[in-house]
Design a protein around this ligand. Structure first.
Ligand code: HEC
Length: 237
């Protein structure tokens, strides 16, 4: 066959035209290349069209602005639900210094504080508390905090005219207390790319929950006192 097409090296190639039974040709050729008229199978085309049609209701459903439909929103909802369940265990926490100190030493609950921090605070304080817009929370220097209880006040009321927002109305008391404990726990941790220290270096946090320790001591003292009284009574009789 003489009119077989040649490839780019000039080698004649055997034409496949006519080898497929009733191969329909489109009738046009380009650079000697003839085009078969082989449309895509119907099922393929319908899947293509179907996926385009599917896209409209899908986009409307997930991106139409209705609440609680995206994966992130459903995750947040599940998380909030989970936190509510957990809070059933500790009840409503007191919003005071002693409670912040107490939970600084309860790692399980610190994790709840961490999730509050991850959701609300990392945008300004960095994922590891190293500071972005807000100051570094891992060093020993603080701008608005002289004592561990002040963390809670800063969280409740904000600072620097709202540069640090007030969270009183946005977070529950438990979330505030646990987030405060978590912030306290960041002190002394290593932050990658932490901001330089700002403010004044303050004394270390209290070692153990002072309230409970003193209660325990008082109980001990009472017991001792009772024992001594009994001894004294015995001696008298
Ligand atoms: C919009 C940004 C922003 C967000 C969000 C934010 N902060 Fe702040 N935060 C700041 C700024 C700015 C300051 C420093 C205020 C100042 O200069 O006195 C600050 C200060 C603080 C301080 C006091 C630090 C110091 O050195 O005195 C604490 C504690 C704190 N933030 C905790 C949090 C927690 C916990 C959250 C999440 C519930 C949070 N922040 C969310 C911007 C933010």
């Amino acid at each position: 066959m003489d009119n077989n097409p040649k490839n780019q090296d000039g080698i004649e190639q055997e034409s496949i035209v006519g080898q497929i039974p009733d191969d329909p040709l489109t009738g046009h050729a380009y650079d000697g290349i003839q085009e078969f008229d082989n449309p895509l199978p119907g099922w393929w085309k319908w899947m293509f069209i179907g996926s385009i049609l599917f896209a409209f209701p899908y986009a409307a459903f997930y991106h139409g602005g209705a609440e609680g439909r995206t994966a992130t929103e459903r995750y947040d909802k599940a998380l909030a639900e989970n936190i509510r369940l957990q809070f059933a265990e500790i009840g409503e926490l007191k919003m005071d210094r002693a409670t912040v100190v107490k939970f600084l030493y309860e790692p399980t609950w610190l994790r709840v504080g961490q999730s509050v921090f991850k959701t609300n605070c990392v945008s300004c304080h960095g994922a590891d508390g190293g500071g972005l817009v807000g100051p570094n929370l891992t060093d020993d220097a603080y701008k608005n905090v002289k004592d561990i209880g002040d963390i809670l006040h800063v969280l409740e009321n904000g600072a620097a005219g709202g540069a640090m927002p007030a969270w009183k109305t946005r977070l529950s008391p438990n979330e505030l207390v646990l987030a405060a404990s978590y912030v306290a726990s960041l002190r002394g941790t290593e932050a990658a790319d932490g901001k330089p220290a700002e403010g004044r270096v303050i004394p270390p946090w209290p070692e153990a929950p002072p309230e409970e320790a003193s209660e325990a001591e008082e109980a001990d003292e009472d017991a001792n006192a009772d024992a001594m009284e009994m001894d004294a009574e015995k001696a008298a009789t």
